[in-house]
Write a protein that binds this ligand. Structure first.
Ligand code: AMP
Length: 283
Protein backbone atom coordinates (compact mmCIF):
# COMPACT_ATOMS: atom_id res chain seq x y z
CA UNK A 1 0.00 0.00 0.00
CA UNK A 2 1.48 3.31 -1.06
CA UNK A 3 0.66 6.39 0.97
CA UNK A 4 1.08 10.02 -0.14
CA UNK A 5 0.63 13.19 1.82
CA UNK A 6 1.78 15.63 -0.84
CA UNK A 7 -0.50 16.76 -3.68
CA UNK A 8 2.44 16.77 -6.09
CA UNK A 9 3.33 13.15 -5.33
CA UNK A 10 -0.19 11.78 -5.63
CA UNK A 11 -0.70 13.68 -8.90
CA UNK A 12 2.46 12.05 -10.29
CA UNK A 13 1.16 8.62 -9.30
CA UNK A 14 -2.20 9.35 -10.95
CA UNK A 15 -0.53 10.63 -14.16
CA UNK A 16 1.41 7.39 -14.32
CA UNK A 17 -1.78 5.32 -13.88
CA UNK A 18 -3.66 7.39 -16.47
CA UNK A 19 -0.85 7.00 -19.00
CA UNK A 20 -1.19 3.24 -18.50
CA UNK A 21 -4.93 3.48 -19.18
CA UNK A 22 -6.19 2.61 -15.69
CA UNK A 23 -9.58 3.77 -14.45
CA UNK A 24 -9.59 5.36 -11.00
CA UNK A 25 -12.15 5.02 -8.20
CA UNK A 26 -12.02 7.44 -5.28
CA UNK A 27 -13.32 7.03 -1.72
CA UNK A 28 -13.08 10.21 0.38
CA UNK A 29 -13.13 9.59 4.15
CA UNK A 30 -12.17 11.15 7.45
CA UNK A 31 -10.53 7.90 8.54
CA UNK A 32 -11.10 5.68 11.56
CA UNK A 33 -12.44 3.22 9.04
CA UNK A 34 -15.22 0.71 9.67
CA UNK A 35 -17.26 -1.64 7.48
CA UNK A 36 -19.26 1.30 6.08
CA UNK A 37 -16.06 2.73 4.61
CA UNK A 38 -14.70 -0.65 3.52
CA UNK A 39 -17.93 -1.39 1.64
CA UNK A 40 -17.23 1.74 -0.44
CA UNK A 41 -13.62 0.64 -1.06
CA UNK A 42 -14.77 -2.84 -2.13
CA UNK A 43 -17.37 -1.40 -4.50
CA UNK A 44 -14.77 1.01 -5.93
CA UNK A 45 -12.41 -1.91 -6.53
CA UNK A 46 -15.16 -3.81 -8.34
CA UNK A 47 -15.78 -0.90 -10.72
CA UNK A 48 -12.23 0.45 -11.29
CA UNK A 49 -8.64 -0.67 -11.96
CA UNK A 50 -7.21 1.46 -9.15
CA UNK A 51 -8.68 2.77 -5.90
CA UNK A 52 -7.55 5.84 -3.98
CA UNK A 53 -8.78 6.37 -0.41
CA UNK A 54 -8.31 9.80 1.13
CA UNK A 55 -8.08 10.18 4.88
CA UNK A 56 -8.50 13.80 5.83
CA UNK A 57 -10.28 15.18 8.88
CA UNK A 58 -11.41 18.31 7.10
CA UNK A 59 -11.36 21.28 9.51
CA UNK A 60 -13.65 23.45 7.36
CA UNK A 61 -16.64 21.14 7.82
CA UNK A 62 -16.51 21.28 11.63
CA UNK A 63 -18.27 24.03 13.58
CA UNK A 64 -16.50 25.85 16.43
CA UNK A 65 -18.06 23.65 19.14
CA UNK A 66 -17.78 20.37 17.27
CA UNK A 67 -15.43 17.42 17.69
CA UNK A 68 -12.55 18.31 15.29
CA UNK A 69 -9.80 17.92 17.92
CA UNK A 70 -11.26 14.74 19.42
CA UNK A 71 -12.24 13.08 16.15
CA UNK A 72 -10.88 9.50 16.36
CA UNK A 73 -7.75 8.74 14.34
CA UNK A 74 -5.79 5.51 13.72
CA UNK A 75 -3.78 5.68 10.50
CA UNK A 76 -2.03 2.35 11.01
CA UNK A 77 -5.29 0.43 11.33
CA UNK A 78 -6.85 2.44 8.47
CA UNK A 79 -3.92 1.50 6.22
CA UNK A 80 -4.41 -2.20 7.03
CA UNK A 81 -8.15 -1.97 6.31
CA UNK A 82 -7.56 -0.14 3.02
CA UNK A 83 -5.08 -2.79 1.90
CA UNK A 84 -7.32 -5.69 2.95
CA UNK A 85 -10.30 -4.28 1.06
CA UNK A 86 -8.71 -3.42 -2.27
CA UNK A 87 -7.36 0.11 -1.84
CA UNK A 88 -4.23 0.85 -3.88
CA UNK A 89 -3.16 4.21 -2.51
CA UNK A 90 -3.95 6.28 0.56
CA UNK A 91 -3.89 10.07 0.36
CA UNK A 92 -3.36 11.72 3.75
CA UNK A 93 -2.76 15.43 3.22
CA UNK A 94 -2.29 17.86 6.10
CA UNK A 95 -4.68 20.82 6.44
CA UNK A 96 -1.84 23.10 5.31
CA UNK A 97 -1.25 20.94 2.21
CA UNK A 98 -4.96 21.07 1.33
CA UNK A 99 -5.69 24.71 2.08
CA UNK A 100 -2.41 26.62 1.90
CA UNK A 101 -2.18 29.91 3.76
CA UNK A 102 -5.12 32.05 2.78
CA UNK A 103 -7.88 30.11 1.00
CA UNK A 104 -10.61 32.37 -0.39
CA UNK A 105 -12.55 30.15 -2.80
CA UNK A 106 -15.35 27.87 -1.71
CA UNK A 107 -18.38 26.01 -3.01
CA UNK A 108 -21.77 26.45 -1.39
CA UNK A 109 -24.82 24.55 -2.63
CA UNK A 110 -27.12 26.70 -0.50
CA UNK A 111 -30.42 25.31 -1.81
CA UNK A 112 -29.78 21.86 -0.36
CA UNK A 113 -27.58 22.80 2.59
CA UNK A 114 -29.96 24.64 4.88
CA UNK A 115 -32.36 21.84 5.85
CA UNK A 116 -31.69 18.70 7.90
CA UNK A 117 -28.08 18.58 9.16
CA UNK A 118 -27.38 22.00 7.63
CA UNK A 119 -29.75 23.64 10.11
CA UNK A 120 -27.82 22.48 13.16
CA UNK A 121 -24.40 22.53 11.45
CA UNK A 122 -24.16 25.90 9.63
CA UNK A 123 -21.26 25.96 7.16
CA UNK A 124 -20.81 22.18 7.33
CA UNK A 125 -21.80 21.43 3.73
CA UNK A 126 -19.83 24.40 2.40
CA UNK A 127 -16.77 22.78 3.99
CA UNK A 128 -17.70 19.37 2.59
CA UNK A 129 -18.32 20.63 -0.97
CA UNK A 130 -15.15 22.71 -1.01
CA UNK A 131 -12.91 19.86 0.12
CA UNK A 132 -14.60 17.30 -2.14
CA UNK A 133 -14.21 19.57 -5.18
CA UNK A 134 -10.54 20.13 -4.30
CA UNK A 135 -10.03 16.37 -3.91
CA UNK A 136 -11.78 15.76 -7.26
CA UNK A 137 -9.46 18.30 -8.90
CA UNK A 138 -6.39 16.66 -7.40
CA UNK A 139 -7.38 13.03 -8.02
CA UNK A 140 -9.47 13.39 -11.19
CA UNK A 141 -11.26 10.08 -10.51
CA UNK A 142 -13.56 8.36 -13.00
CA UNK A 143 -15.93 7.46 -10.17
CA UNK A 144 -16.33 8.56 -6.55
CA UNK A 145 -18.14 6.62 -3.82
CA UNK A 146 -20.29 8.04 -1.03
CA UNK A 147 -22.45 6.36 1.60
CA UNK A 148 -26.22 6.76 1.73
CA UNK A 149 -25.72 7.06 5.51
CA UNK A 150 -24.94 10.74 4.78
CA UNK A 151 -27.89 11.12 2.44
CA UNK A 152 -27.89 14.92 2.41
CA UNK A 153 -24.17 14.96 1.63
CA UNK A 154 -24.73 12.52 -1.24
CA UNK A 155 -27.57 14.64 -2.68
CA UNK A 156 -25.47 17.81 -2.41
CA UNK A 157 -22.40 16.24 -4.04
CA UNK A 158 -24.54 14.92 -6.90
CA UNK A 159 -25.95 18.43 -7.41
CA UNK A 160 -22.48 19.99 -7.32
CA UNK A 161 -21.26 17.55 -9.96
CA UNK A 162 -24.32 18.24 -12.14
CA UNK A 163 -24.26 22.03 -11.77
CA UNK A 164 -20.50 22.41 -12.25
CA UNK A 165 -20.19 19.78 -15.03
CA UNK A 166 -17.59 17.82 -13.10
CA UNK A 167 -16.29 14.83 -15.07
CA UNK A 168 -16.85 12.22 -12.36
CA UNK A 169 -19.60 9.68 -11.76
CA UNK A 170 -21.02 9.71 -8.23
CA UNK A 171 -22.00 6.32 -6.84
CA UNK A 172 -24.17 6.07 -3.70
CA UNK A 173 -23.70 2.92 -1.58
CA UNK A 174 -26.10 1.39 0.98
CA UNK A 175 -25.85 1.98 4.74
CA UNK A 176 -23.86 -0.68 6.59
CA UNK A 177 -25.23 -1.45 10.07
CA UNK A 178 -24.23 -3.15 13.29
CA UNK A 179 -26.01 -6.44 14.10
CA UNK A 180 -28.65 -4.59 16.17
CA UNK A 181 -29.36 -2.08 13.38
CA UNK A 182 -27.29 0.92 14.47
CA UNK A 183 -25.69 2.53 11.40
CA UNK A 184 -21.92 2.17 11.58
CA UNK A 185 -20.15 5.44 12.30
CA UNK A 186 -16.74 6.54 13.52
CA UNK A 187 -18.66 8.58 16.10
CA UNK A 188 -20.22 5.45 17.66
CA UNK A 189 -16.94 5.09 19.58
CA UNK A 190 -17.92 8.16 21.63
CA UNK A 191 -20.94 6.34 23.11
CA UNK A 192 -20.88 4.89 26.64
CA UNK A 193 -22.15 1.30 26.99
CA UNK A 194 -25.51 2.60 28.12
CA UNK A 195 -25.76 5.10 25.26
CA UNK A 196 -24.68 2.44 22.76
CA UNK A 197 -27.55 0.19 23.85
CA UNK A 198 -29.98 3.11 23.72
CA UNK A 199 -28.80 4.16 20.23
CA UNK A 200 -30.63 1.24 18.64
CA UNK A 201 -33.71 3.45 18.97
CA UNK A 202 -32.68 5.33 15.80
CA UNK A 203 -32.99 2.37 13.44
CA UNK A 204 -35.97 0.97 15.38
CA UNK A 205 -37.89 4.23 15.01
CA UNK A 206 -37.13 4.29 11.28
CA UNK A 207 -38.29 0.68 10.91
CA UNK A 208 -41.66 1.64 12.45
CA UNK A 209 -41.94 4.57 10.04
CA UNK A 210 -41.10 2.37 7.08
CA UNK A 211 -43.75 -0.18 8.02
CA UNK A 212 -46.31 2.58 8.31
CA UNK A 213 -45.37 3.90 4.84
CA UNK A 214 -45.58 0.37 3.43
CA UNK A 215 -49.04 0.10 4.95
CA UNK A 216 -50.11 3.20 3.01
CA UNK A 217 -49.58 6.12 5.39
CA UNK A 218 -48.99 9.26 3.31
CA UNK A 219 -49.17 12.00 5.94
CA UNK A 220 -45.61 13.14 6.69
CA UNK A 221 -46.60 14.48 10.12
CA UNK A 222 -47.91 11.05 11.12
CA UNK A 223 -44.59 9.50 10.08
CA UNK A 224 -42.72 12.10 12.13
CA UNK A 225 -44.98 11.40 15.16
CA UNK A 226 -44.30 7.66 14.96
CA UNK A 227 -40.54 8.28 14.98
CA UNK A 228 -40.76 10.93 17.69
CA UNK A 229 -42.81 8.70 19.97
CA UNK A 230 -40.32 5.86 19.70
CA UNK A 231 -37.25 8.05 20.25
CA UNK A 232 -38.91 9.85 23.15
CA UNK A 233 -39.38 6.48 24.87
CA UNK A 234 -35.59 6.38 25.28
CA UNK A 235 -34.54 8.75 28.09
CA UNK A 236 -30.91 9.06 26.91
CA UNK A 237 -31.95 10.18 23.40
CA UNK A 238 -32.66 13.80 22.51
CA UNK A 239 -34.07 14.55 19.05
CA UNK A 240 -32.18 17.10 16.93
CA UNK A 241 -34.49 16.70 13.93
CA UNK A 242 -36.94 14.29 12.36
CA UNK A 243 -37.80 15.23 8.79
CA UNK A 244 -39.61 13.89 5.78
CA UNK A 245 -38.24 15.57 2.65
CA UNK A 246 -38.40 15.19 -1.11
CA UNK A 247 -35.59 12.81 -2.12
CA UNK A 248 -34.14 15.17 -4.75
CA UNK A 249 -34.88 18.71 -3.59
CA UNK A 250 -34.64 17.87 0.15
CA UNK A 251 -37.60 20.21 0.68
CA UNK A 252 -40.04 19.35 3.47
CA UNK A 253 -43.16 17.53 2.29
CA UNK A 254 -46.51 17.32 4.05
CA UNK A 255 -48.41 14.87 1.90
CA UNK A 256 -46.25 12.08 0.50
CA UNK A 257 -46.85 11.82 -3.24
CA UNK A 258 -43.30 11.37 -4.54
CA UNK A 259 -40.07 9.62 -3.48
CA UNK A 260 -38.95 10.79 -0.05
CA UNK A 261 -36.07 10.70 2.39
CA UNK A 262 -36.91 10.17 6.04
CA UNK A 263 -33.96 11.49 8.02
CA UNK A 264 -33.22 11.87 11.71
CA UNK A 265 -30.47 13.21 13.96
CA UNK A 266 -30.40 12.34 17.63
CA UNK A 267 -28.14 13.47 20.45
CA UNK A 268 -26.80 11.18 23.15
CA UNK A 269 -25.27 13.81 25.39
CA UNK A 270 -22.55 15.39 23.17
CA UNK A 271 -22.64 12.67 20.50
CA UNK A 272 -24.90 13.34 17.55
CA UNK A 273 -25.95 10.35 15.42
CA UNK A 274 -27.79 10.35 12.10
CA UNK A 275 -29.78 7.77 10.20
CA UNK A 276 -32.23 7.70 7.31
CA UNK A 277 -34.04 5.69 4.69
CA UNK A 278 -35.50 6.57 1.33
CA UNK A 279 -38.94 5.43 0.26
CA UNK A 280 -40.04 5.10 -3.33
CA UNK A 281 -43.66 5.75 -4.21
CA UNK A 282 -44.97 3.19 -6.70
CA UNK A 283 -46.55 4.98 -9.63
P1 AMP B 1 -16.71 9.81 6.95
O1 AMP B 1 -15.37 9.20 7.20
O2 AMP B 1 -17.65 9.72 8.11
O3 AMP B 1 -16.61 11.19 6.34
O4 AMP B 1 -17.39 8.91 5.84
C1 AMP B 1 -16.76 8.68 4.60
C2 AMP B 1 -17.73 8.03 3.67
O5 AMP B 1 -18.18 6.79 4.22
C3 AMP B 1 -18.99 8.87 3.43
O6 AMP B 1 -19.35 8.79 2.06
C4 AMP B 1 -20.00 8.22 4.31
O7 AMP B 1 -21.34 8.39 3.87
C5 AMP B 1 -19.59 6.76 4.20
N1 AMP B 1 -20.11 6.01 5.35
C6 AMP B 1 -19.94 6.30 6.66
N2 AMP B 1 -20.63 5.41 7.42
C7 AMP B 1 -21.25 4.57 6.57
C8 AMP B 1 -22.11 3.44 6.74
N3 AMP B 1 -22.48 3.01 7.94
N4 AMP B 1 -22.55 2.80 5.64
C9 AMP B 1 -22.18 3.22 4.40
N5 AMP B 1 -21.37 4.27 4.17
C10 AMP B 1 -20.91 4.94 5.24
Amino acid sequence: MESFSSIKDIKNKISQWKSEGYSIGFVPTMGYLHEGHTSLIQRAKKDNDKVIVSIFVNPTQFGPNEDLDNYPRDLERDTELCTANGGDVIFTPSAKEMYGDNPCAYVDIKELSQELCGASRPGHFRGVCTVVLKLFNIITPDRAYFGEKDAQQLAIIKKMVLDLNLPVEIIGCPIVREADGLAKSSRNTYLSNEQRKAAVVLSQSLALAKTSLENGERDANKIISIINEKISSEPLAKVDYIQVVDLKSLKTVNSITDDILVAIAVHFDKTRLIDNFSFQIKK
